[in-house]
Design a binder for this molecule. Structure first.
Ligand code: 0A1
Ligand code: ZN
Length: 879
């Protein structure tokens, strides 16, 4: 545990490495208690650097021996201070041989080399390699790796590392070895090894250039019946990248390995992707439609990193979005293309918008707000954020909107032509896009450097005589930590104009043709004139969510209803419904907070009804359109957040929908059953989604019919999607049958870790689950704080997913939070720090709650022994 090393690192302090590493030969003698790592590397002075000596990072490892150019170095030849090993006055060409010791079984941080369920795994991004051996552990040092693994054959029959298997054999003593060679230069964060008792599904796959690649999905014995979808997703990913971007797999072998203890979703190690089991294992019995979609997206994401991240990597960690924003954009496009229909595409886009509003906008408005390319950090692990990932993807998407799909491809081609094999910056990416398209993207740079969510205000003016419509757009951006004044962004605003008949008008402004025009807002305020507008239009702005901004326009209910019924852009059609719902939800939450009376207008219910029964619309789209904004999103719209009032308001609306639309919901429930064999395809998943949303509304209504339907579905379900949906409906409705259903569910699935995660999280988010109930669940024999998935399923689901209970007036939720952050920090700082972030928005709550939140934050901050990870989060929250 580091306690006194917190130090802010600034992007502008970047200096090139003093030495480059050409080759690394690693030897591992694997033993859980005592692993010996031998590292032999050839280094050469970097011509671009003035500094004299060699600097190597190293943490939590014991140095046994250090040789330079064959000569054993003594204590006086080098210095280890803090986390750096320095050798002064080194010659230009150096061969270092370093022997170190580690104890993987003691490593609970899940960074570096660790043991999970008796098997060895590594996780090196961002800075885990330095706890495996001394090394210039920075992404701009790229080297060729050769790896020798030695381990007990009985316990660890499978020995894997990056690249190609060169040799394997016996060593005597019951030990065996495997020698791996990665033909590509890579930064240390992409190194990986696995030594384990695993089995695999494998397949030869023909690449576009005619080569055959060996694809493998490795899992624990007993899980082989859950690898098909990951394998299929991998093959789809390879095909898609060949077709959409002309990018091929550059290795003869590509492996995915599943591990039950993992901090994040997955990791793109060269040729050896290591995955959280959650994003590999699936069959209809244990995985939901959402799980399947997650597997497809994450398998794609990690595979796409092979080009955007591995072949071209980041110069330094401030450039993280160079690989993450771009790769998220690529995986989003992959998932959308896999569905293939326009409507399916729109549904994936709506999901992305939801994530942004639910998680990224709050981050951008809170104490941890940072630009897509941050200027400073204390702990890089705190910057694997929705801003770097999801907003980063939006920034890439805006470039595509500005240069067009073909132009974007040209930019990608140029990017690889210029930078293959290099470690580069976000500016290099932007320059490739600009140069390939002859576009000026200088102002666009502000999307990378300025934090905060811009607000775009729109005002329309129709001149009936001149037949013109003037749209004035203005922009501003709220201050964020360290950035008070912002300069105008370059914002693509996609606009269409609807006539009274609901059709798109043909736009005649300047060069703008067709139904949708992309206006480029670059000034603080600009007026765009549309000519030949025969009647007063209803503007549909920010189509397809063309920029990650908040759009303010004084829509009337009639205009919103018009858009909700007719907009040709499905995202804005959905958006109109969200605006209608949000207006009501925030009004009701306000009324509840002030003891006002509750009512819901027929207009709203009628609008919902119309969408619900519209058979011309895809079920998946109808589900999205009928889903109310979450409690978190409502909270973001309130002046002072009152979580109980928000919860009650949302429940009230849900119950109204269930009661008023009972007949329609029931008939849609039956119309969208998916009999026959389960398939996770988008159409079937959409039907299940709509059916299960109908069920949840019916169960929310005061009468017993919905609950009975949920019970019947639970009893008869033949897939996890339907089973979980029914159980959630019972739990949320506080049905008498819920405890027995939970009991049966546990009995049926107690050997399926990922299902038991669901079992915990459903209970954590239940309306009656208070801190006391969570504590009781923590005593359950299946609970284990050390396993991140399990910790997330209970502790995080409660602190982040049950606001009405977490924010209990007595402050018990906050005291619990402090206790868990502290307990987790001693085990796994990365996971602790994520939990710490559930207090980010504490200043927005009612004064009585704020006081208790502040106390809890201070309690954590006052600890002497705290990781950099948690300290950065709580001190920024309190600043
Ligand atoms: N690069 C991975 C994310 C990742 C980051 C850090 C990790 O360990 C601390 C693990 C994974 C991705 O984008 O998928
Ligand atoms: Zn990634």
């Amino acid at each position: 545990m580091r306690t006194d090393t917190s130090q802010t690192i600034y992007r502008n302090d970047y200096t090139p490495p003093s030495y480059l590493v050409e080759t690394v030969e690693l030897g591992f003698d694997l033993d859980p208690a005592r692993t010996i790592v031998a590292n032999r590397m050839t280094m050469r002075r970097n011509p671009g650097s003035k500094r004299a000596g060699i600097e190597l990072h190293g943490e939590n490892i014991e140095l046994v021996a250090l040789r330079m150019n064959g000569k054993l170095l003594g204590k006086r030849d080098y210095r280890i201070d803090g986390r750096l090993l320095r050798i002064p006055n080194t010659p230009d060409d150096v061969t270092l041989e370093i022997e170190t010791l580690t104890a993987p079984e003691k490593n609970t941080t899940l960074s570096g080399l660790y043991v999970s369920n008796g098997n060895f795994f590594t996780q090196c991004e961002a800075e885990g390699f330095r706890s495996i051996t001394f090394f210039p552990d920075r992404p701009d040092v790229m080297a060729k790796f050769t790896v020798m693994l030695r381990a007990d054959k009985e316990k660890y029959p499978v020995l894997l590392s990056n690249g190609n298997l060169v040799e394997e054999g016996e060593l005597g003593d019951g030990r065996h070895f495997a020698l791996w060679e990665d033909p590509f230069k890579k930064p240390s964060y992409l190194f990986a090894l696995v030594a384990a008792r695993l089995v695999c599904q494998e397949e030869r796959f023909r690449l576009k250039d005619g080569r055959d690649a060996l694809l493998q999905v490795w899992v624990e014995e007993g899980n082989l019946d859950k690898t098909d979808y990951a394998m299929q997703s991998l093959k789809n990913s390879i095909r898609w990248d060949e077709e959409r971007f002309g990018l091929e797999l550059d290795l003869d072998r590509f492996m995915i390995v599943a591990v039950g203890d993992f901090n994040m979703g997955a990791m793109e190690n060269k040729g050896l992707n290591i995955f959280n089991t959650k994003f590999v294992l699936a069959n209809p019995r244990v995985a939901t439609d959402v799980d399947y979609a997650g597997i497809e997206a994450v398998v794609g994401h990690e595979y796409f990193h092979n080009w955007t991240g591995n072949r071209v990597t980041c110069r330094d960690w401030f450039q993280l979005s160079l690989k993450e924003g771009l790769t998220v954009f690529r995986d989003q496009e992959f998932s959308a293309d896999m569905i293939g229909t326009d409507s399916g595409r729109a549904v994936t886009r709506i999901d992305q918008v939801r994530t942004l509003r639910q998680a990224q906008f709050p981050e951008d408005a809170g104490p941890m707000a940072h630009p897509v390319r941050p200027d400073s950090f204390v702990e890089i692990n705190n910057f694997y954020t929705v801003t770097v990932y999801e907003k980063g993807a939006e920034v890439v998407r805006m470039i595509q909107t500005l240069v067009g799909r073909e132009g974007f491809r040209k930019g990608m081609d140029l990017y690889f032509e210029r930078h293959d094999g290099q470690a580069v910056t976000c500016d290099d990416f932007r320059a490739a896009m600009a140069d390939a398209n002859g576009r000026d993207l200088n102002q666009f740079e502000r999307w990378y450097s300025q934090a905060g969510t811009p607000v775009v205000g729109a005002v329309g003016r129709y001149d009936a005589e001149a037949k013109t419509f003037d749209l004035t757009l203005s922009q501003s951006c709220p201050p964020t930590p360290g950035q008070t004044d912002k300069l105008p962004f370059h914002i693509p605003v996609a606009v269409g104009l609807l006539g009274a008949d609901g059709n798109d008008m043909q736009l005649g402004q300047g060069g703008l043709k067709g139904a949708t025009a992309v206006l480029e807002l670059t000034e603080q305020s600009q007026t765009f004139s549309f000519t030949g507008v025969l009647e007063a239009p209803t503007p549909s702005m920010l189509r397809d969510f063309s920029a990650p901004v908040v759009l303010e326009y004084a829509y009337t209910d009639d205009e919103l209803l018009h858009l909700f019924s007719h907009d040709s852009d499905p995202v804005n059609r959905w958006e109109a419904g969200q605006r209608l719902a949000m207006a009501r939800l925030s009004r009701l939450a306000g009324a509840l907070a002030n003891g006002g009376k509750l009512d819901l207008d027929d207009t709203f219910i009628d609008a919902m009804r119309k969408i619900l029964v519209d058979a011309t619309l895809d079920p998946a789209f109808r589900e999205q359109a009928l889903l109310l904004p979450s409690e978190t999103m409502i909270a973001e719209k309130m002046g002072v957040v009152n979580p109980q009032a928000i919860h009650a308001a949302r429940q009230f609306v849900r119950a109204c929908i269930g009661a008023c639309l009972r007949a329609e919901l029931t008939s849609q429930y039956h119309a969208n059953l998916t009999p026959g064999q389960y398939s996770p395809d988008a159409l079937s998943a959409g039907r299940r989604g709509l059916k299960n949303l109908a069920l949840s509304y019916l169960a929310a209504a005061p009468d017993a019919d919905g609950v009975n339907l949920a019970q019947a579905q639970f009893d008869g379900a033949d897939n996890m999607t339907d089973r979980v949906a029914a159980l959630v409906a019972l739990i949320q409705a506080r049905a008498d049958a819920a405890p027995a259903a939970l009991h049966d569910f546990y009995q049926d699935f107690k050997n399926e870790a990922l299902v038991i995660d669901k079992w915990f999280s459903m209970q954590a988010a239940a309306p009656d689950t208070d801190v006391k109930a969570v504590r009781a669940l923590m005593q359950h024999s299946a609970f284990n704080l050390k396993n991140p998935n399990r910790a997330r399923s209970l502790v995080f689901s409660f602190c982040g997913g049950n606001p009405a209970q977490f924010h209990a007036i007595d402050g018990s939720g906050y005291a619990f939070w402090a206790e868990q952050v502290i307990a987790l920090d001693a085990i796994n700082p990365q996971v602790a720090s994520r939990l710490a972030r559930s207090m980010d928005r504490w200043r927005r709550y009612a004064p009585a709650l704020q006081l208790n939140m502040k106390k809890a934050l201070q309690q954590v901050a006052s600890l002497k022994k705290l990781s950099n990870d948690v300290r950065e989060v709580v001190s920024k929250a309190l600043a």
